[in-house]
Design a protein around this ligand. Structure first.
Ligand SMILES: [Zn+2]
Ligand SMILES: [Zn+2]
Length: 299
């Protein structure tokens, strides 16, 4: 049977740990994270684990890994500098590529994740997080980049998934400062999970708060709500949905014909700036944003 942790396994990890004081090395893998954590509590006392004698010379932690729970140990005995404890969580900035009807673009969210690699349970590169600016659509964004010493590279989409699944850090991020709090879609209720206006979306029948995003139907509802409050945008969207207009050029003509003179002029100007590259749907987005920011020049 695999998953039997033998004395030899522990002796091997103790030997590896002794070679580099303070460096975490992998020990045996357990069927569950709970059993790995139970073993980790016995390591400093060398209780039933004589490989880690003398008492107090080794530290350990148990972490979730691909195959269950991984025990990681380090040697802390002997002479040397004081060693940093494992952090409870790590906080990183990651890019999202969210989109809604008429909207798309890059966003950056700050998330709290485990300090350990989800594949092997080894320490993530929490002590080596670097700001990584990048350009998209002429704008500069800053995400974080880090290398895990185990060699397993984290993927941003999986990091986001993990932040959604796992509870907020103890004493760290609370639902009050969750990144999702900043999403304008919170202004409308969610038809998917039943969250009220102003509340975070939830998963698993309300068991977990979604900290970094909201359900897609809620974003769509928010967009529809915004359009409804801007009559010129609502006019163009209705015509676009009927396929009466496809291009920004036709949208401008429709606006002028229906007496939305200021809006028609603004779209004309945008058409010139864009060299005529403007769809009816993009016109809707433009009109909504123009109304919300008060841009456009008229009183
Ligand atoms: Zn790893
Ligand atoms: Zn929801």
């Amino acid at each position: 049977m695999k998953n039997r942790q033998t004395l030899t396994d522990h002796q091997a990890s103790a030997r590896a740990a002794l070679k580099q004081r303070g460096v975490w090395v992998p020990g045996p893998v357990y069927p569950t994270v709970e059993s790995a954590q139970a073993a980790a509590r016995r390591v400093p006392l060398a209780r039933q684990l004589s490989a880690y004698l003398p008492i107090g010379d080794f530290e350990a932690y148990g972490a979730r890994c691909e195959d269950g729970g991984a025990l990681w140990v380090r040697h802390v005995g002997g002479d040397g500098p004081a060693l940093e404890p494992m952090p409870q969580r790590m906080t990183v900035r990651v890019p999202t590529y969210g989109s809604g009807p008429g909207y798309s673009g890059v966003g950056i969210v700050t998330v709290s994740i485990a300090p350990t690699c989800p594949v092997c349970g080894g320490p993530r590169g929490f002590d080596d997080v670097k700001a990584d600016p990048f350009m998209r659509d002429g704008e500069t964004f800053v995400r974080d980049r880090w290398a895990n010493r185990c060699g397993h590279q984290d993927r941003y989409d999986l990091v986001l998934d993990e932040a959604r699944r796992t509870p907020p850090a103890p004493g760290g991020k609370t639902p009050e400062d969750a990144p999702a709090r900043k999403l304008p879609a919170l202004a409308v209720p969610c038809t998917r999970c039943g969250a009220k206006a102003g509340d975070l979306c939830t998963s698993h029948n309300g068991a977990r708060l979604r900290l970094v995003d909201v359900h897609r139907p809620r974003t769509d509802a928010w967009h529809a709500h915004r359009v409804k409050t801007v009559p010129a945008a609502a006019l163009v969207l209705a015509a676009a949905n009927r396929r009466d207009v496809n291009h920004g050029r036709q949208a401008a003509d429709l606006l002028a014909a229906k007496g939305f003179t200021a809006e028609a002029d603004a779209v004309e100007t945008l058409l010139k700036i864009q060299n005529g590259h403007l769809s009816a749907k993009q016109t809707v987005t433009y009109l909504v944003e123009r109304a919300e920011t008060g841009r456009g020049g008229e009183a």
